[in-house]
Structure formats: structure tokens, C-alpha cells
Design a protein around this ligand. Structure first.
Ligand code: ADP
Ligand code: MG
Length: 143
């Protein structure tokens, strides 16, 4: 069964451009509810842990460097069919291939610096959310 949650990160290029507010507004307009959110500065090691599945890929070093180059904003989002709907909202990994109107098409410069992360499965959404947030930080649990 779908968990109805996904994990996004407004990546360092998004924060550097000052587009956090605009991107969050688009995410909310698309019907996603914010469950938890914080601003953090990752180290190359914590970025590397997050993207461990890609550690054999040629771009892994560049990715860890980029993700630790400045603050970023991890956010847990909730919506029916969250994982698939959020991937649709952000568009393809490479903004050049992303559909018109998607967040990456609108704001991203390159396949490497592509503004936002989005979980690719319910299982990974849960693992990635736990990477950044304690259960006690999820507003849904605060009553
Ligand atoms: P997505 O973020 O769309 O799920 P992937 O999981 O394939 O994409 O890759 C994770 C992240 O690694 C991408 O969002 C992007 O920042 C970076 N990346 C992916 N492919 C490349 C590439 N060919 N060159 C540089 N960076 C890349
Ligand atoms: Mg991915």
C-alpha cells in the first residue's frame, strides 16, 4: 500500500538562488502538505550516505561535493500517491528533458544541479525521511 509520503530536498542550488519560497509554494499548490522541514548543511560524508546507492556511479564524487556545497532543506511531504505525484511535479532528472511547467524545467540549470530531490519509492521515502528527521519532528505526531 502507498505510504502517501515522500521526502524532498531543496538542494543547495535552490537555496543559493533564493528560490526556496517559490518552490515550496508550487509544492503546496500541487496539494502536498508539509509534515516536517528543516535547513541543514550536509558534510560530504552525510551527503554520501544519503546517496549511497549511487556510490559506484561516475558522478558520485561531484554529487557529494554539490550536496555539501551549501545549506539545503529536507522536507517530508504528504499527499495521496505522494511519491509518483511528486516525481511528476519535479520532472526528469535532466531539466533539458523535463516537461514544461515542472519544477526542474522552471528552475534547474543542469542534470547535476537540478534544484530538488524526490524519493523514487515508498520504501526509500521512509528510509530517506528517517535519515533527516526523528519521528518526534513530524508534526503529524504532535497532535
Ligand atoms: P533523480 O534525482 O531524478 O532521482 P538519480 O537518482 O538518477 O536522479 O540521481 C541522483 C542525483 O544525482 C540527481 O538528482 C542529480 O543531482 C545527480 N546526477 C544524476 N545523474 C547525473 C549525471 N549524469 N551527472 C551529474 N550528476 C548526476
Ligand atoms: Mg533518485
Amino acid at each position: 500500500m502507498a505510504s502517501n509520503r515522500t521526502l524532498t530536498i531543496l538542494k543547495p542550488d535552490c537555496v543559493l538562488k533564493g528560490k526556496e519560497g517559490e518552490v515550496i509554494a508550487q509544492i503546496q499548490k500541487a496539494g502536498f502538505k508539509i509534515i516536517a522541514m528543516k535547513m541543514v548543511r550536509l558534510t560530504p560524508a552525510t551527503a554520501g550516505g544519503f546517496y549511497e546507492v549511487h556510490k559506484e556511479r561516475p558522478f558520485y564524487g561531484e554529487l557529494c561535493e554539490f550536496m555539501s556545497s551549501g545549506p539545503c532543506v529536507p522536507i517530508i511531504l504528504e499527499k495521496e500517491n505522494a511519491v509518483a505525484d511528486f516525481r511528476k511535479l519535479i520532472g526528469a532528472t535532466d531539466p533539458a528533458e523535463a516537461e514544461e511547467g515542472t519544477i526542474r524545467k522552471l528552475y534547474a540549470d543542469s542534470k547535476a544541479e537540478n534544484i530538488v530531490h524526490g524519493s523514487d519509492s515508498d520504501e526509500n521515502a521512509q528510509i530517506e525521511s528517517a535519515y533527516f528527521f526523528a519521528k518526534s519532528e513530524e508534526v503529524a505526531n504532535l497532535g
